[in-house]
Design a protein around this ligand. Sequence first.
Ligand SMILES: [Zn+2]
Ligand SMILES: [Zn+2]
Length: 244
Amino acid sequence: MSNFLTRGLNICSNFAQAKLPTLLPTACELCGAGSGKRQLCPACAARLPTPAPSCPVCALPSPAGVLCGACLKHPPPFAATLAAYLYAPPVDLLIQAFKFRGRLSLAPLLAQGLQEAITARGAVLPELILPMPLTRTRQRERGYNQAQEIARWLAGRLEIPLLAQAVRRVGEGPPQSSLPWKERARNIRGAFLCSAVVAGKRLAVVDDVMTTGATATELARALKAAGAAEVVNWMVARTLPPAD
Ligand SMILES: [Zn+2]
Ligand SMILES: [Zn+2]
C-alpha cells in the first residue's frame, strides 16, 4: 500500500474515532447504561461524593466551612484550596482509570466537575493556570501528565493562559503515593524549580488529587519564593486523613 493511501486511511480512522462520541449514544463510564451525550448517566453523576463544609485554605472538613485550627496555627503558602469531590468511590475509580490506565477521555468529565465547583463557589479567577508538574521520568513512563490534561481543558473553558513549562519538578525520590503520610513533606522538599514568569501573578495550581497537601505546599512555597503574588489549589478530589 502506498504511503499516501496508508496516511489517508489513518486520517479517516482518526476522523471516525474523533466523531464517534457525537454520533453514537455514550455508555456511562461507571455503570455502562446509556447516557446520551454525557459520560455519566444521571444516577451515577448524582453519586459522585462532594465535600462537606470545609476549611477554605486546606479543603479538609471544618464546621460551617470556617478556617481550621491547623491552617490558623501554621498558615500554608497557598491562599485557598478548592476540591470538587472527595477522593472516595466512585470518583477514585474514575481518577485511577484516567491516571494509571491511560483513559484520557475522562479528562473532560473530571475537568468539567472542577469547573462547576469553581463557578458554584464563586472562586476568584487567577491570571494563570499551572498544572502540577510530574518528574520527567514519571511523565515518560505514563506518556502524559494527568494534571496538564485537566488544566488545559479548564484553561480553554475559562480563557485563562496555561503555564505548562514554567515549573520543573526535579529529583527522583520515590512517588509520594508510595510513602507513609508523615514522610511525604521531606520527600518533596526542594522538588520544584520555577521560572521568573510567575512573579507578581495570581496562580491556580491544578491537580487530580490532594492527599496530604505536601506536594501542593512545596509547589506553592517555590512559586511564592519566585515572586508569585498568590497561589490557590484547584483539585479534582481531596483525600480525607485516615481516622486516628
Ligand atoms: Zn451510570
Ligand atoms: Zn485548613
